[in-house]
Design a protein around this ligand. Structure first.
Ligand SMILES: O=C(O)c1cc(=O)[nH]c(=O)n1[C@@H]1O[C@H](COP(=O)(O)O)[C@@H](O)[C@H]1O
Length: 275
């Protein structure tokens, strides 16, 4: 999926919601546990109930890896049911020396047909570029994450004058590696103080914004300062949506939670980006 197609889906659905499939075998409703593949069945029902309300799904790979072979199977089956007009994100946070990164890229782009993968920039250009050599695939680079530990490194100054922080350097340097048609950045919804700075450096890129819902980030603030002319935001919510109920009505309740976010997004799009 390219940027124009993604924006078309956002307009169509009046939504820039990404639903995080952080599917934890210990949290899914008990009645699913005697099925052959409870994790896949949970995802299947969540996707079926929310497909018209979001434009992307983001399985967090840790939740599947932790289950071994069965987890990988559930993940493969989940990616396979996502329709082409829906953006898929492998939240794997990979990145290694070049030949290893290339194999990670093949795992998520060829073995599994993900549209994108989250990548850590710490190892630099040669660790990221192999992911960018795959046609119609995207890298989502960690820039300013939503967690408290983001302050440990990402906000450190990179020059003596203290005028540039590490996340700014990541945004600037990585633009030499790929275009806004193949690179997005992770910016946490909890980082509203820095969103204007981010937009000054990357006005055209899409941002993946986790941290609304369970982590307390503000959808309206991040939207007001983060929108660009093609929306430019994919706002992720995982736990608040997929665990809205732990009963047999979980898919219905997940739909209601997703609808609430989508309706707020429709209002924000109308206010800041009228068609
Ligand atoms: O890359 C991510 O998706 C990510 C980056 C970040 O800075 N913060 C963050 O929470 N995430 C992921 O986004 C999801 C947030 O989940 P909830 O807090 O339940 O909505 C989890 O899968 C996290 O791993």
């Amino acid at each position: 999926m390219n940027k124009a197609q993604l924006f078309a889906q956002i307009r169509l659905k009046q939504s820039y919601l990404c639903i995080g499939l952080d599917t934890d075998i210990n949290k899914i409703p008990k009645h699913l546990l005697n099925l052959e593949d409870p994790v896949f069945e949970f995802n299947r029902q969540i996707v079926e109930a929310t497909l018209d309300l979001c434009v992307a799904y983001k399985p967090n790979i840790a939740f599947y890896e932790a289950l071994g072979r069965k987890g990988w199977e559930s993940l493969e089956k989940t990616v396979a049911i996502l329709p082409e007009n829906c953006f898929s994100i492998a939240d794997a946070k990979r990145g290694d020396i070049g030949n290893t990164s290339e194999l990670y890229a093949r795992a998520f782009f060829s073995q599994m047909n993900f549209d994108s993968i989250t990548v850590a920039p710490y190892m630099g250009a040669d660790s990221v570029k192999p992911f960018l050599g795959h046609e119609n695939k995207w890298v989502i680079l960690l820039a300013l994450t939503s967690n408290a530990g983001s302050h440990d490194f990402q906000l450190l100054p990179t020059n003596a004058e203290g005028t540039e922080m590490l996340f700014e350097r990541v945004l600037k340097t990585s633009q030499q590696w790929g275009s806004a048609d193949q690179l997005m950045y992770v910016v946490g919804a909890t980082q509203t103080a820095y969103i204007k700075k981010v937009r000054e450096i990357v006005p055209d890129h899409f941002l993946l914004v986790p941290g609304v819902g369970a982590q307390g980030g503000s959808l309206s603030e991040i939207s007001q300062h983060g929108f660009n002319k093609e929306c430019g935001l994919l706002v992720n919510s995982s736990r608040q949506i997929i665990y809205a109920s732990s009963g047999e009505d979980f898919a219905e309740k997940a739909r209601a939670a997703a609808k609430e976010v989508q309706q707020e997004m429709a209002r924000l799009l109308d206010k800041y980006l009228p068609a």
